[in-house]
Design a protein around this ligand. Structure first.
Ligand code: DOR
Ligand code: ZN
Length: 362
């Protein structure tokens, strides 16, 4: 039995409020615990978005009664809320800025709007950007100008990791995260790991491969693995949409991810592509430092390292009912999670009730 600290997932979409048929604070935090994640940072691209005192107060009131693991809620950068979100910063996970096309209404195109946020955000926690390729370069430059820490969400391209590596070498305050789907899948959902099941070697059907940033070419995926040392965090970008929605004419982008995170990473450990220390650094130590999160006393995850099994959405707790890794053969199963001294998950059963989770910014 392997014992790990409780994982921190700095990037999840819990769909609360406005799309709770996909997920809510209850099902999303149940999914977290089943994956060995004991702290989630929830994104603000909800309906309505979380972008002021009222919407933040409402979602935190809901989270207080529903969350089963610990959490903090992001604020979203909008066209005219820079002063308000800066004032609310101590009560939020961090600030999220959407600079490229995504699900929801929070995209900012005009760089003068980015500037207001970089100017006013206090900077104890980073500005997290959804910024791809050249907009990522522009965002890093702006962070440097205003001397604020920036965290690049879900990097997927070779050019992105090489630019981040160069920026770090020059002492720029930039950190980044990578998602399992950008490490284990290429364009169209082609599996890039031995664990991938042979029936999906043609990729994922139709809208199921849709995600932003898009799944990239094998050369991009290889560059992420080669530069693992410059990647600060693993983040799932858990973005549940129902199977009906994914298979529709207008499939929304996004994959669920919290219940497949550790099995995929542990399988990579068993193949000597990662180490247990990589998992602890990138899923516990670095996110805690970057996002200034408190220690969780008496909290750990028990893993059966030798358990081999097949990933099945039907055994998961997310409300979305599917996974892009269906049928993958993995090695390493989460068997038990203890959160703040209490047994929160055991052998497929969620034992922490709604409301057990605490707001780490309260
Ligand atoms: O694929 C994605 N899904 N990318 C995003 O940026 C948003 C997310 C969602 O909320 O569904
Ligand atoms: Zn996201």
């Amino acid at each position: 039995m392997l014992k790990l600290p409780g994982l921190i997932d700095p990037h999840v979409h819990l769909r609360e409020p406005g799309a709770t048929h996909k997920e809510d604070y209850d099902s999303g935090t149940a999914s977290a615990l089943a994956g060995g994640v004991t702290t989630v940072l929830a994104m603000p691209n909800t309906k309505p978005p979380i972008f002021d005192e009222v919407t933040l107060g409402e979602v935190l009131a809901t989270a207080k009664t529903k969350a089963r693991c610990d959490y903090a809620q992001y604020l979203g950068a909008g066209p005219d809320n820079a002063a308000e979100v800066a004032r609310l910063a101590p009560t939020a996970a961090a600030l999220k800025m959407y600079l490229d096309s995504t699900f929801g209404e929070l995209r900012l195109d005009d760089m003068t709007l980015w500037m207001e946020h970089f100017r006013l955000w206090p900077g104890k926690t980073p500005i997290v950007t959804h910024s791809e390729s050249r907009s990522m370069a522009a965002a890093i430059w702006m962070a440097q100008m205003f001397d604020k820490p920036i965290h690049i969400a879900h990097i997927s391209l070779r050019e992105e990791i090489l630019l981040i590596k160069e920026a770090k070498r020059r002492g720029i305050k930039v950190t980044c995260e990578v998602c399992p789907h950008h490490l284990f899948l290429a364009e169209n959902g082609i599996p890039l790991a031995p664990a991938g099941c042979f029936c999906c070697s043609d990729g994922l059907p139709g809208g199921r491969a849709e995600v932003r940033p898009r799944l990239a070419a094998k050369a991009d995926v290889d560059a992420l693995w080669e530069n693992m040392a410059y990647i600060d965090c693993f983040a799932t970008d858990h973005a549940p949409h129902t199977l009906g929605e994914k298979d529709s004419e207008n499939p929304p982008p996004g994959f669920p991810g919290m219940e497949t995170l550790l099995p995929l990473l542990l399988t990579a450990v068993s193949e000597s592509r990662l180490t247990i220390d990589d998992i602890i650094q990138k899923s516990v130590i670095n996110p805690r430092k970057i996002f200034k999160l408190p220690e969780q006393p008496e909290t750990w995850v028990e893993v059966d390292e030798d358990a081999r099994y097949e990933i099945r959405a039907s055994e998961m707790h997310s409300r979305c009912g599917w996974t892009p890794f269906e049928g993958w053969q993995v090695k390493g199963r989460v068997t038990r999670v203890v959160l703040r001294g209490q047994e929160a998950y055991r052998d497929g059963k969620i034992l922490a009730g709604p409301g057990f989770g605490q707001n780490v910014r309260a």
